[in-house]
Design a protein around this ligand. Structure first.
Ligand SMILES: *Cc1c(COP(=O)(O)O)cnc(C)c1O
Ligand code: SF4
Length: 338
């Protein structure tokens, strides 16, 4: 496929999920108003917003408990004054992904797999995100960079799996994704395509029939890794989106980040696993927080994480226990802690 088809610049008519995204909440004071919270809760966080502003779709905000400033979904998205604290050992690029760019838009750290960054955008800005300061614009997460990344994938026959990532890869539209996946289909050494996305959780309307068609048409085995951290994120609309994705057919997994004040209890983690399994998702990874600047207030010490993981093993079936991992720059894989 010529590069030009990927660089198309006439946007198609907006579909429902794109309109919902355009209408997402971007103002902390508005989010507080919607939840019936004192605006002072929002003002405390304003100095921290910086280049990583609040962004939350209304359907996700609707799953938050009104009037509760400690709501576990709210705490994932509301800027906190603590974000401005500069703490030794917490940096802008904790995973040193800047060093792992194999080509524009392509992050290769592990054997056989590479991350193709389709866009820097997300539908929600998670305050703990390790890519909150990632320089997408200069790292190839652009249409032109994607075209170059695809060339590099075609030229590297050690790759068997391409992971569409970002930002959130499903923020791109179905036509663009269709072009990318068709191009990947034509690369003989590839066996699998994986999509790492939070969109089916935070904006389930993104799982359009067109998206399912694009996945269904691929010759590659498909794996979708969702990102949910708390069972309250997984309402009936998410269950419907998961069922549609699974029909492509695809294996559906989840990764969560262990976050202080949000899911650092055995009861919440067990409820998350049980809800995931209930809607047809296998818990894959539970990540220790990456030490990104601005996220120190979410840290859970490793010893506590191991204790929580032991409690999960004691109460859940084995398939419902996610692997506890940490990313360590320079290691040949994610480091399995338990
Ligand atoms: C997490 C990650 C992967 C995938 O690792 P798995 O253990 O296969 O899930 C691949 N590449 C990069 C750069 C990653 O960060
Ligand atoms: S959706 Fe993922 S990439 Fe986007 S801000 Fe949240 S954690 Fe980061």
């Amino acid at each position: 496929m010529p590069t030009a088809t990927l660089a198309r610049n006439t946007p198609p008519a907006q579909s429902g999920w794109q309109r919902e995204l355009a209408d997402a909440i971007r103002d902390p004071a508005e989010l507080c108003r919607v939840l019936g919270l004192d605006a002072a809760v929002a003002e405390k966080g304003l100095p921290a917003t910086g280049s990583f502003p609040l962004l939350v779709p209304r359907v996700f905000a609707a799953r938050m408990r009104p009037g509760d400033p400690r709501d576990p979904l709210l705490l994932q998205v509301l800027p906190q004054a603590a974000e401005t604290e500069d703490v030794a050992g917490w940096s802008a690029d904790p995973l040193r992904e800047g060093d792992a760019l194999a080509a524009p838009g392509l992050v290769k750290k592990y054997d056989g797999r590479a991350l193709l960054l389709l866009t820097g955008g997300c539908a929600v800005n998670c305050r703990y995100c390790f890519r909150r300061e990632f320089p997408y614009a200069t790292s190839g997460a652009t249409r032109r960079g994607v075209a170059e990344g695809l060339e590099a994938i075609a030229a590297d026959d050690s790759l068997t799996e391409v992971i569409l990532s970002g930002g959130d890869p499903l923020l791109t539209d179905d036509a663009f994704l269709g072009d990318v996946i068709e191009r990947l289909d034509g690369i003989p050494h590839l066996q699998r395509i994986r999509i790492h996305t939070r969109l089916p959780v935070v904006l389930p309307s993104r799982v359009t029939p067109g998206l399912v068609d694009v996945l269904t048409a691929s010759r590659l085995a498909r794996v979708v890794v969702l990102h949910a951290n708390h069972p309250a994120e997984l309402d009936a609309s998410v269950a419907v989106a998961v069922r549609s994705l699974a029909a492509s057919p695809a294996i559906i997994l989840n990764q969560a980040v262990l976050l202080a004040g949000i899911n650092d209890s055995a009861a919440v983690l067990a409820a998350l696993s049980e809800r995931l399994v209930e809607i047809g998702v296998v818990p894959y990874y539970l990540h220790l927080l990456d030490r990104v600047r601005g996220a120190t207030h979410f840290d859970v010490p490793q010893g506590r994480a191991e204790e929580l993981h032991r409690q999960l093993r004691d109460t859940l079936p084995g398939y419902a226990v996610p692997r506890l991992v940490r990313e360590v720059p320079g290691e040949p894989s994610k480091v399995w802690i338990a």
